[in-house]
Ligand binder design. Sequence first.
Ligand code: FES
Length: 178
Amino acid sequence: MSLVANSNKEVKLSEKALARIEELKSRFPEGKKKSSLLTILHEVQDENDNWLSVEAMDKVAEVLSIKPIEVYEVVSFYSMYNQKPVGKFMFEFCHTSCCVTRGSEDLIDYTLNKLGVEEGQVTADGMFSVKATECLGACGYAPMLQLGDYYHEFLTPDKMDKLIDDCRAGKVELLSKV
Ligand code: FES
């Protein structure tokens, strides 16, 4: 199975994103513009429904004047970049030692069953997906997940029920205002 997916859509970046990309590139001298790649990928992912299609990665290669393979290899290395479509609400569960010890694997199974999807799939309504990820640096609050810019901690099945209900009710912030 391919790790990358085509969207079959032309990627058009907004004026705001293009301006931000130019500002990021300007922080580095000629010949070193590639150093802005990670941040630019976040910008483009944010504008592309939170995932990076082949077309989106090619667009990044174009704006940085680098080869597409240089973008693909970075995107495939870091788990914060999504190589397939994801739900509007993507639960990124930590499944490293502290969280596993505190029940994250059962919680992942519970959430997948409740949503009726496998890991990496998107619910039919496009609302949710679940991803297991490595330590998110909040081990003292295990088990935890990241949703957008926010951490949700000391999770239990009841807390997951409430979080899912709140997402459906439009009560959950994804992006911090900072
Ligand atoms: S082990 Fe889960 S946040 Fe570190």
